[in-house]
Write a protein that binds this ligand. Structure first.
Ligand SMILES: [Zn+2]
Length: 350
């Protein structure tokens, strides 16, 4: 009788164990298939999914895109942002896939076209790179609160009532003209950076089409000015004479003769006049340039400035000097200011 009881109890025990492991198996499988489903979602849908799942509050949403950090403010992270490529890379050390499966990226999806997470491992060090693609050219703000990094994107027009796009020609491996100790890409970038500084100091919104190590396509550069609906678009280059003779020197400006508003010509004239005033460079006039894609495709008033000739030794020497670069930039900046004094260049604010 006793034996029978033991057998019966054993049976119950075995049955319970089996049911529990079966339930665990089902649960685990459900979890796995749910995770698989989430893994297949695109980044923006994933954010919306987690927003729902975690019932994220309206207040939290208002703060922007929420990226959990492993050690709150102590976390090691880096934000790289390229306006021309409309892409932001956020690198967060000491995180991996498991971390982001438990701690979700959530929040505001406004302006996002895509979001990717890449998990990297080098030796014992792990990091996650979150790549955010944006639908326009934004400024951003970031804050850390409650252990999360919040990033909010907003239109530059929310902050500025004047915006100028400056295009330093060439870049990266595309050096442009390299002659007489001068490298065009570097001169273009130096002058553009001085103009950027003067504009910032004057409270004018400014965007450069590239940083030192980028070479965006002509389309991307002109698209930046068009997308932003900038007041003006200024491209910076240096010149060379076809026969490489040293006799040519001076500043040449090109404008878009297809611009019916005639503002491109006006801008070109202002920039040329002020450039000469500041540098005493020879006046090679403001000429038609719409056959160049950068000029012809611009929907905003555009001026392309050929600062001077690298083929001409004395002018090349000037162009590589910091003083001359600053004077050149100041001349172009004064041209921009003179254009703004002409009310036609000011946008009616919505
Ligand atoms: Zn060039």
């Amino acid at each position: 009788m006793r034996d029978k009881k033991v057998t019966f109890l054993s049976l119950i025990l075995i049955f319970t164990c089996l049911s529990l492991s079966f339930a665990a198996f089902i649960f685990d499988n459900n979890n796995k298939s749910r995770q698989k489903k989430i893994d297949l979602m695109n980044g923006v849908d994933k954010i919306a999914y987690y927003n729902n799942l975690d019932d994220i509050s309206r207040d939290e949403m208002e703060k922007g895109l929420l990226i959990p950090l492993p050690k709150g403010e102590e976390s090691d992270y880096e934000i790289e942002y390229s306006k021309v490529y409309r892409q932001m890379k956020i690198t967060i050390s000491d995180t991996n896939k498991e971390f982001f499966n438990k701690n979700h990226i959530e929040g505001l999806t406004n302006g996002l076209t895509d979001l990717k997470t890449d998990f990297k491992k080098e030796g014992k060090k792990e990091k996650t790179i979150v790549t955010v693609s944006l639908d326009n050219i934004y400024d951003y703000k970031s804050i850390i609160e409650d252990g999360n990094l919040y990033i909010k994107y907003y239109s530059m027009w929310d902050k500025y009532d004047k915006i100028v796009v400056i295009d330093p020609g060439h870049g990266a491996d595309n050096k442009g003209i390299v002659l007489n100790d001068g490298v065009e890409a570097d001169i273009d970038f130096a002058v553009a950076s001085y103009i950027e500084k003067y504009l910032k100091d004057a409270g004018i919104g400014v965007c450069l089409t590239r940083d030192e190590n980028q070479d965006p396509s002509i389309e991307k550069r002109v698209d930046m000015a068009n997308q932003l609906n900038a007041d003006m678009f200024i491209s910076i280059h240096v010149n060379e004479s076809d026969d490489k003779s040293e006799s040519y020197n001076g500043v040449l400006v090109m404008y878009n003769e297809k611009d019916d508003t005639l503002k491109s010509k006006l801008l070109g004239d202002y920039v040329l006049k002020n450039y000469i005033k500041n540098t005493q460079a020879k006046n090679l006039q403001c000429i038609e340039g719409s056959s160049l894609k950068l000029i012809g495709d611009s929907k905003v008033p555009v001026a392309l400035v050929e600062l001077g000739f690298l083929t001409n030794k004395p002018e090349a020497q000037k162009l590589i000097s910091k003083d001359y670069q600053q004077q050149a930039a100041l001349g172009i900046f004064n041209g921009i200011l003179e254009a703004y004094n002409n009310a036609e260049f000011l946008k009616e604010k919505k």
